[in-house]
Design a binder for this molecule. Structure first.
Ligand SMILES: *[C@@H]1O[C@H](CO)[C@@H](O)[C@H](O)[C@H]1NC(C)=O
Ligand SMILES: *[C@@H]1O[C@H](CO)[C@@H](O)[C@H](O)[C@H]1NC(C)=O
Ligand SMILES: *[C@@H]1O[C@H](CO)[C@@H](O)[C@H](O)[C@H]1NC(C)=O
Ligand SMILES: *[C@@H]1O[C@H](CO)[C@@H](O)[C@H](O)[C@H]1NC(C)=O
Ligand SMILES: CC(=O)N[C@H]1CO[C@H](CO)[C@@H](O)[C@@H]1O
Length: 621
C-alpha cells in the first residue's frame, strides 16, 4: 500500500514536472524567433563596421570573433554573399576566429560598394537571392564511398545555379589546404568542381564525434558530440539548407529549432539497428550469472532509450534519403515519425538515392549508349562479346568475409562434373592490406592445390586498374560470394562491363543490383512477378551461410557455374544487355545528378516555406 503522504508527494512531484515542462516549452517557443535573429541577422550597422575595418590602416583587414562575438557567423554569411570568390573565405585551424577581407572585394571604393550591394538583405521572392548549402561532413577528405556521394552532390548543386554556394563543414582543412582537397576530389572521383563557390569551414571540435574519444557509452557520446559539432558549424556560418551526408541525426532537432531551415539527411548506415535488441535478448537467454544478466538488461534499456530518441529525431528531416535497400529497410522501421504533412501538402517519405558509381565509364563502347525517348539511358543491342573467354572472375579484397574458399570448393565440384568443351577458369583478383591478408591468400592457394585446381585457378594480387579492365573485357562471369554484402560496387562494375554476375542471394546484389530488368521499358521488375527470362544474374545460397536454414528456391554455387556455362549465346547476350542497362539506369552518375537536382528543388521550396514563417526582419537575411 502507498501511504497517503507518499501519494501526496508523488502528486506534487507530478505537478512540478508538468509545470516545468510546460514552462520550458513556452520559453523555448517564445525565444525561438529571438534565437533565429541571433544567428542570421548581423548587428544594425554592420556595413559601417566593415567599412571601418576596410579604412583602418592595418596590414590585414580582418573581423575578429573577439569583436563580433556570436555574430561572427551572421557577418560571415553576408560577406560570403558579397564575395567575388567565396572560396577565399575558407577557414582552417589557425584562422577560424577571423574573417579576412579579401583584396579583390575591397581594393577601392567602387569594388567595395559592389561588395556591399551584393551582401544586402533580400526579400524571399528576390530572384537574385543566393543560397548557402551547408554540407556537414567532418571527414570530407577521406576518399571513401561517403565522400563520393558528398562531392557528387556538391558538384551537382553548384552546377544547378551560379547562386548556389556549397559550404563544407570539416576538420580536414587542418591537414590539407582546400586546394589539395579539391585536387584529391578531382583525381579520385574525376569531378571538376566550380571551385570558387566551394567554401570550407573548419570545425575545431571534431574529436567529440570520434568513436575513440568516448571509451564508454560511445553511441551516446558521439550523439552528444555531433550536437556540439553542429552547433559549432552553425555559429561559424549558419547555412540556408542543412545537408548531412555523414549521418549525424541527433543534431537535427537543434538545427531545426535554432535555424528553422530545411534539413536533408543522407544515411549510409543506421546509427543503431532495432534488430540489435533482439540479439541482446538471445544473448540474455544464453548467459548465466546475475551480474552478466544485469549488464545485458542494462544495455538493453540503454539501447531501447537510444532507439526511441533516434526515432524521434527523424521527425525533423525534410528530405530523408538513404543509400540502398538494406539501409532503407532498417531506417524505415526506425524513422516512423517522418511525416511532413504539417510542413507542406506533401508527405515526406524515405527515399533511396543510390551512390553514383561511374558506370558510364565502364560500359564498353561509349558510343553505343543511347537515350530512348523518355531520356532513359539504354544500350544498342549489337554488343559484341565473342572474344570473351570462359573466365569466372572474382574481384574482391582478400579477406575471409569475401568467402573465396567457398568459391574455390564449389568451383572444384563444378570442374569435376563438367562435360562441355569449354575451358572454364577461375580468376581471383584482389588487393591485400597486410601480412595477414598475404597469409590468407596462401591458405587459399593451398586449398586450390589440394583440390587439384592448379590448372584452373589464378590469383592476381594488387592488380593495377588496367589489368582489372582487361579482365573485365575478356571474362564472362563475375562472382560475389560475400554473405549479406550491403551493396557490392564490384558487382555493379562487373555488370557494367558486360559480365554476368553470380552472387550470393542476399542484401545488395540481390535486392538492388542484379535485379530482373525490363529492357524495353527500362524498369526494374519485382522479383516475385517475373521469371528467369528477365533476370540479369544468377544467385546461390550455401550451407555455410550464417543464416542458412534451407536452400529454398536457390541453387548451390556449383550448380550456378554449370548453368552459366550452359547458357546459349542468345541467352547470355540477353543477360549482358539487360545487366548493363540495369546498372547504367540505376547507378550512373547521370542518374544521381538527375535525382539530386530534384531534391535540391524540393529543398528550395522548403527554404521559401520556412522563411515565410520567420519574423519580418529574419526572413530577409
Ligand atoms: C590558414 O588560412 C590562412 C588564411 O587563409 C592562411 O594564411 C594560412 O596559411 C592557413 N594555414 C594553414 C596551416 O594552411
Ligand atoms: C589527399 O591529399 C592529401 C594531402 O593533402 C594526401 O596525403 C592524400 O593521400 C590524398 N588522398 C588521396 C585519396 O588522394
Ligand atoms: C551504404 O553505406 C554502407 C555503409 O558505408 C555500405 O556498407 C553500403 O554498401 C552502402 N550501400 C550502397 C547501396 O552503396
Ligand atoms: C516468362 O514469362 C513470360 C510472360 O510473362 C513468357 O512469355 C515467357 O515464355 C516465360 N519464360 C520462361 C523461361 O518461363
Ligand atoms: C514481367 C516479365 O516477365 N516481363 C517480360 C520478361 O521477358 C519476356 C521475354 O523475354 C517477356 O515476354 C515478358 O513480358
Amino acid at each position: 500500500m502507498v501511504s497517503p503522504e507518499t501519494k501526496e508527494t508523488l502528486e506534487n512531484l507530478g505537478k512540478v514536472v508538468f509545470t516545468a515542462t510546460l514552462l520550458i516549452g513556452v520559453i523555448l517557443y517564445s525565444i525561438g524567433p529571438v534565437l533565429n535573429r541571433f544567428f542570421f541577422v548581423p548587428s544594425l550597422h554592420y556595413k559601417q563596421k566593415i567599412i571601418k575595418v576596410i579604412k583602418s590602416n592595418k596590414a590585414t583587414k580582418r573581423l575578429s570573433k573577439k569583436r563580433l562575438g556570436v555574430k561572427l557567423g551572421a557577418y560571415r554569411r553576408r560577406i560570403l554573399f558579397g564575395a567575388k570568390n567565396p572560396s577565399a573565405y575558407s577557414t582552417n585551424d589557425t584562422d577560424y576566429n577571423f574573417i579576412r577581407l579579401q583584396d579583390e572585394d575591397i581594393k577601392d571604393e567602387a569594388t567595395y560598394n559592389e561588395f556591399f550591394g551584393e551582401m544586402s538583405a533580400r526579400r524571399v521572392d528576390d530572384d537574385d537571392r543566393k543560397l548557402i548549402f551547408g554540407f556537414f561532413h567532418p571527414y570530407c577528405n577521406a576518399g571513401g564511398g561517403g565522400e563520393r556521394v558528398l562531392w557528387q552532390a556538391v558538384y551537382q548543386t553548384l552546377k544547378l545555379s551560379s547562386r548556389h554556394i556549397a559550404v563544407i563543414y570539416t576538420a580536414d582543412t587542418k591537414d590539407a589546404t582546400p586546394e589539395e582537397i579539391i585536387a584529391n576530389v578531382s583525381k579520385r572521383f574525376n569531378l571538376k568542381l566550380q571551385t570558387s563557390r566551394v567554401v570550407f569551414i573548419y570545425l575545431n571540435n571534431r574529436r567529440f564525434v570520434d568513436g575513440n574519444y568516448w571509451k564508454r557509452f560511445t553511441l551516446l557520446g558521439q550523439a552528444l558530440g555531433s550536437i556540439i559539432l553542429s552547433l559549432e558549424a552553425c555559429l561559424a556560418l549558419p547555412p540556408d539548407v542543412w545537408v548531412d551526408t555523414m549521418g549525424y541525426p541527433f543534431a537535427y532537432p537543434i538545427i531545426s529549432y535554432l535555424l528553422k531551415i530545411p534539413i536533408l539527411s543522407y544515411t549510409h548506415f543506421p546509427v543503431i539497428q532495432s534488430d540489435m535488441l533482439h540479439k541482446l535478448v538471445v544473448q540474455l537467454r544464453g548467459s548465466s550469472g546475475t551480474v552478466s544478466k544485469l549488464k545485458i538488461i542494462g544495455k538493453w534499456i540503454y539501447w531501447r532509450i537510444f532507439i526511441t530518441v533516434y526515432s524521434l529525431v527523424g521527425y525533423f528531416i525534410d528530405v530523408p534519403l538513404c543509400n540502398g535497400t538494406w539501409t532503407y529497410n532498417h531506417l524505415n522501421k526506425i524513422w516512423w515519425a517522418i511525416n511532413g504533412e504539417s510542413k507542406n501538402e506533401h508527405q515526406v517519405r524515405m527515399k533511396i538515392l543510390y551512390p553514383p558509381c561511374s558506370t558510364e565509364t565502364l560500359v564498353d563502347g561509349q558510343d553505343k549508349e543511347i537515350e530512348n525517348e523518355d531520356g532513359v539511358l539504354c544500350l544498342s543491342e549489337d554488343d559484341e562479346s565473342s572474344e570473351r573467354q570462359d573466365i569466372f572472375l572474382c574481384l574482391a579484397q582478400f579477406r575471409p568475409e569475401k568467402r573465396h574458399s567457398i568459391i574455390i570448393k564449389e568451383f572444384s565440384k563444378f570442374i569435376k562434373s563438367y562435360k562441355g568443351d569449354g575451358e572454364p577458369k577461375l580468376v581471383l583478383i584482389g588487393s591485400i592490406r597486410d601480412d595477414r591478408d598475404r597469409e590468407f591468400v596462401q591458405t587459399l592457394r593451398a586449398l586450390a592445390s589440394s583440390l587439384g585446381l592448379d590448372e584452373h585457378v589464378e590469383f592476381i594480387l594488387d592488380a593495377p586498374f588496367e589489368t582489372v579492365k582487361e579482365y573485365f573485357q575478356k571474362s564472362s562471369f563475375g562472382i560475389n560470394a560475400m554473405w549479406n554484402e550491403h551493396f557490392g560496387i564490384a558487382v555493379v562494375e562487373t555488370m557494367a562491363s558486360g559480365l554476368i554476375p553470380i552472387s550470393h542471394a542476399s542484401a545488395g546484389p540481390y535486392l538492388d543490383i542484379a535485379v530482373p530488368w525490363d529492357y524495353k521499358k527500362s524498369c526494374q521488375l519485382k522479383i516475385s512477378e517475373t521469371n528467369d527470362s528477365n533476370r540479369t544474374g544468377f544467385f546461390f545460397k550455401s550451407s555455410e551461410d550464417p543464416d542458412f536454414e534451407t536452400q529454398g528456391e536457390f541453387k548451390e554455387l556449383h550448380q550456378c557455374f554449370s548453368e552459366a556455362m550452359g547458357l546459349s549465346n542468345e541467352e547470355a547476350m540477353g543477360m549482358r544487355t539487360r545487366g548493363k542497362a540495369c546498372v547504367l539506369n540505376k547507378f550512373s552518375n547521370a542518374k544521381f545528378d538527375g535525382q539530386w537536382s530534384e531534391y535540391v528543388e524540393v529543398l528550395k521550396n522548403y527554404d521559401v516555406y520556412y522563411r515565410e514563417r520567420k519574423g519580418k526582419v529574419e526572413q530577409l537575411y
